[in-house]
Design a protein around this ligand. Structure first.
Ligand code: ATP
Ligand code: MG
Length: 238
């Protein structure tokens, strides 16, 4: 499969589009200064696709993920979520969206296992086996009964990833999901995300990790709130 820097729509994937954004713009007021964090972004991510979002610090990656998640309102533009199956036009349910925020957002007073199980509990569909499987996959079995703060930052980040994947989300938005991982675990995380895509999840990851790009189907490059980067569309190897 070819990978490329691209902000273009891919009409061939139109039927399996899980999230689509058009003309997204977001500004913040900092005192008298207006900061334009996202300026006119269009993108789509399809079922089973792993898309990496790269760009310098401050280029708008987290803001864009927050807009796609519905955590922030755009000044203008639209975000729509679609069902993955061809012809399905219904909106993506909130419970089908999972997010790994840059600041992780684990519940401090729940154990690692309880954090991972939380989305299942909310859905009233407990599945101890699934939780155990994810704890094992992310090297957290020995920490299951500990509080997040009793683990390393890397372990906490993997717990946030396990929690995000536990219900096999239709759309996963992950902000720097390997930011606290060593080389081996960065690869482990990438393999786990690829596995989620193989099961049909659409994954969009903001990342500074060049090694993650090898696992991506497409790479979107964000500069100063705009997709495409200074040189526009740049191809790199199949
Ligand atoms: N709540 C806010 N109020 C004001 N400015 C903000 C706010 N959130 C983000 N910004 C600004 O918007 C721009 C984009 O920030 P954002 O956090 O999206 O960047 P990023 O690409 O995720 O950076 P990093 O790689 O460091 O995480 C930056 O200039 C930032 O200072
Ligand atoms: Mg960020």
């Amino acid at each position: 499969m070819s990978r490329r820097y691209s902000d273009a729509y891919n009409p061939a994937q139109d039927e399996g589009v899980v999230v689509r954004a058009h003309g997204l713009r977001k500004s913040y007021q900092r005192g008298s200064e207006e900061v334009l964090a996202v300026r006119g972004v269009a993108l789509q991510v399809g079922e089973g696709e792993l898309v990496a979002l790269v760009g310098p610090s401050g280029s708008g990656k987290s803001t864009l993920l927050n807009l796609l998640a519905g955590w922030e309102e755009p000044d203008s533009g639209t975000v729509s979520w679609r069902g993955g199956a061809p012809g399905r036009q219904d909106e993506l349910g909130w419970d089908e969206l999972a997010i790994v925020p840059q600041r992780l957002g684990l519940a401090a007073d729940l154990s690692v296992a309880e954090n991972v199980a939380w989305p299942l509990r909310l859905a009233e569909s407990p599945d101890d086996e699934r939780v155990a499987q994810l704890l094992d996959r992310f090297g957290l079995s020995a920490l299951a009964d500990r509080l997040p703060a009793e683990g390393s930052l890397g372990e906490q980040q993997r717990a946030a990833l396990a929690r995000a994947l536990v219900r096999r989300p239709r759309l996963l938005l992950a902000d720097e999901p390997t930011g606290h991982q060593d080389e081996d675990w960065a690869k482990g995380v990438a393999v786990a995300l690829r596995g989620a895509c193989a099961e049909g999840s659409a994954c969009l990851l903001a990342t500074h990790n060049a090694e993650l790009l090898d696992f991506a189907d497409r790479v979107l490059s964000l500069h100063d709130g705009r997709l495409g980067g200074p040189s526009g569309l740049v191809s790199f190897g199949p």
